[in-house]
Each structure stands twice: as structure tokens, then as C-alpha cells.
Design a protein around this ligand. Structure first.
Ligand code: NAP
Length: 323
């Protein structure tokens, strides 16, 4: 059934060109109206991911898949938690007032007071969990769960490259929980943080080449190396998983990875609540904790993204539009 247009404005952080955080402007825009299969959510918290930074600067090139010359989606922000405000006509699972969270990577728009998302990507926020914590889990938790939680066995040597950020914080804890010996790699500022969430060994990527030692599982969140360096760093039955990094390394992983005789693959992360459920249970049970480094208001999204992009974020960064 057609719906009347909703003309009431809302605040959102908008950008129209790829570039630095200076491109981001807090603006008044029309509140989106949910389509038949969508839900309008009032955002209580949005967590930052590196994918937001990549979407802002337009690099690597795969960050421009939605718009080569200029961004197709004008509002970044994908990991949201909030309350259902309004539902589309086909939506039966959700009611206004329900507390929900989601990775809205397919639509973006979380740096705003309200966001429209497909109903089927929403998950119910556990009652015991704050909106902030729930907003931290979807993307980083899915990568960590699928890259470590589903792959690691007790006694294995695990290396996580780029382990001082949001995903790494969860990945280190999961690997330790599963009984692995864990090495975290990141910049010097984050070494102590990686130890604090459980890493047995830490490496400053500017001081040491992690591919000189061998591991059973490597989860690479920021892959910039040659595929043969990764081959060298794997034990005979080891597994290397590319998650994010340079376009060159991505192509090498896809084209040459299968030819190396070792398991060198891209981890294509399955999105959606059901792929994250065991991880959420571990968080609810207090076995995995979320470390929020800093909190920012909606108007401070440029500062927040700069903080992440310049490599200072230890764990997660959260935006609170209501704060
Ligand atoms: N495969 C998929 O399906 C999928 C799905 C969603 C997201 N992703 C991708 O996953 C990636 C990881 O995101 P995230 O949110 O976990 O990142 P993050 O929280 O920003 O963590 C990445 C960490 O890596 C560090 N780093 C940068 N360059 C490094 C290097 N050369 N060696 C070691 N560490 C380095 C960063 O710090 P510094 O900047 O200070 O060095 C940062 O601490 C993103 O590229 C995103 O696009 C992939």
C-alpha cells in the first residue's frame, strides 16, 4: 500500500565526495520512509569499522564498488543498535519499541538519528546488553567468529594481523578461549592493548616481519603482503584468510592462493544474525568482553573516523546519536 512521504527532518552525517573526514558534514535530511519489507530504527549507538574509513576515503578500489567517482550512499555507518520506530507493510516480526541491532553494510546510513534497514537483517538486542555493546558486535563479531571461532582448535598457533582494532579485540579473545597460542600484530601504540585482551605474543608490524615464523591459522585484517610470504608463514596444514587490505593482495589471494598448495583464501563473511548467534551467546555469558576505546556524539563523527583512520583506536569506537 502506498504511504505518505515522511517529510520530518533528521540529523545525519553526510558526504558527497571521497576524501578526508573534512568531507563529512552534520546536516538535516529527510527522514527515510520504510519500504514494505523494511524497518525504520531510531539509532541509539553505531560502532565504527574500518569499512567506514575505506568508504570515506574510497580506498582500496573495492570500497568504490557502489560508486566509482562519488559515493552512492551519502551516509556511512553500518553497525547499529536502536529501537524500532516504524515498520513496512509486510513486516510482521518487529513492532515499534523493539530493541534491535544489525550490520547494515548493505544499505549503510548508521551515522544518523534514524535508519531504514531490511527487516530480515535485524536481530533482537539481548536485554542484558547495552545498545553500545550490541552496536559493536555485528561486523567485527562476524569476522572474528567466522575467521577464528569456526576454524581454530586447542593447541594451534594463531596469528591475527591488525589485531589491535575492533575485530582483533574479539578474535584474540576467541582464539584464547579455544585454547590457541595467539600472536597479535599491530602498530606499537596497540601492543599493550593486544596483551590486555589475551595475546600471548605481540608484534609491532613496523619493527618485525611476522611471516618469518610459522602458524596454523592466520587471520589477516589488513593484508598488504605477497601471497608467497603468507605461504611461508603457514605450517603444512595451515590456513591463511584474507579479510581486508590492499586490492593487489586481494587479487593475488584469489588468483594465486589456490596454486600455492596451501589453504590461502579470502574469508567472505556471511552476514546476518544466525551466523553470529554462537558468538552473541559467548558475549552474553561474559566469556567475550567488548572494549570501547572512545565514545563520540553524532556531530563528532569526523573526529571519530579520523581517530580510527590514523590508527589510534584500540578496540571499538562508538557514536551515540542520542548522546
Ligand atoms: N571479507 C569480508 O567479507 C569483510 C566483511 C566486512 C569487513 N571486511 C574488511 O575487514 C577489514 C578489517 O576491518 P576492522 O574493522 O577489523 O579493522 P580495524 O578495527 O581498523 O583494525 C585493523 C587494524 O590493523 C592495523 N593495521 C593497519 N595496517 C597494518 C599493517 N600493515 N600490519 C598490521 N596491522 C595494520 C590498524 O592500525 P593502524 O592503522 O595504526 O596500522 C588497526 O589497528 C576491513 O578492511 C574491512 O573492509 C571484510
Amino acid at each position: 500500500m502506498p504511504r505518505a512521504a515522511n517529510v520530518s527532518p533528521m540529523k545525519a552525517v553526510v558526504y558527497t565526495r571521497y576524501g578526508s573526514p573534512d568531507e563529512l558534514k552534520l546536516s538535516e535530511v529527510p527522514t527515510p520512509e520504510p519500504k514494505d519489507d523494511e524497518v525504520l530504527v531510531r539509532v541509539h549507538a553505531t560502532s565504527l569499522n574500518r569499512s567506514d574509513w575505506e568508504g570515506l576515503i574510497g580506498k582500496p578500489w573495492y570500497a568504490r564498488l557502489g560508486g566509482v567517482r562519488k559515493p552512492r550512499r551519502k551516509v556511512l555507518g553500518s553497525d547499529i543498535a536502536g529501537r524500532v520506530e516504524k515498520t513496512g507493510s509486510n513486516v510482521t516480526d518487529w513492532q515499534p519499541g523493539d530493541e534491535v541491532f544489525a550490520d547494515a553494510l548493505s544499505v549503510m546510513g548508521g551515522f544518523a538519528e534514524l535508519i531504514c534497514v531490511p527487516a530480515n537483517i535485524l536481530a533482537r538486542k539481548p536485554v542484558s546488553m547495552s545498545f553500545e555493546e550490541a552496536a559493536c558486535l555485528p561486523q567485527a563479531g562476524a569476522i572474528a567468529w567466522q575467521g577464528i571461532g569456526e576454524k581454530v582448535r586447542a593447541g594451534q598457533r594463531v596469528l591475527i594481523n591488525g589485531a589491535g582494532g575492533g575485530t582483533g579485540m574479539y578474535a584474540i579473545q576467541l582464539a584464547k578461549l579455544l585454547g590457541a597460542e595467539v600472536t597479535g600484530v599491530d602498530n606499537a601504540e596497540k601492543l599493550e592493548f593486544m596483551r590486555s585482551v589475551g595475546a600471548d605474543h605481540v608484534i609491532d608490524y613496523e619493527a618485525e616481519d611476522f611471516t618469518r615464523k610459522r602458524y596454523d591459522v592466520i587471520l589477516d585484517l589488513v593484508a598488504y603482503r605477497n601471497v608467497f610470504a603468507y605461504k611461508r608463514a603457514l605450517n603444512p596444514h595451515g590456513r591463511y584468510q584474507f579479510v581486508g587490505g590492499s586490492a593487489g593482495t586481494l587479487l593475488q589471494t584469489l588468483l594465486l592462493g589456490p596454486l600455492t598448495g596451501k589453504k590461502i583464501r579470502m574469508l567472505v563473511v556471511r552476514q546476518g544474525a544466525k551466523h553470529l548467534a554462537p558468538f552473541i551467546e559467548l558475549c552474553k555469558a561474559g566469556k567475550i568482553r567488548t572494549v570501547i576505546d572512545r565514545r563520540f556524539s553524532l556531530s563528532e563523527v569526523p573526529q571519530a573516523l579520523r581517530y580510527l583512520g590514523e590508527g589510534h583506536a584500540k578496540g571499538k569506537i562508538v557514536i551515540s546519536p542520542l548522546g
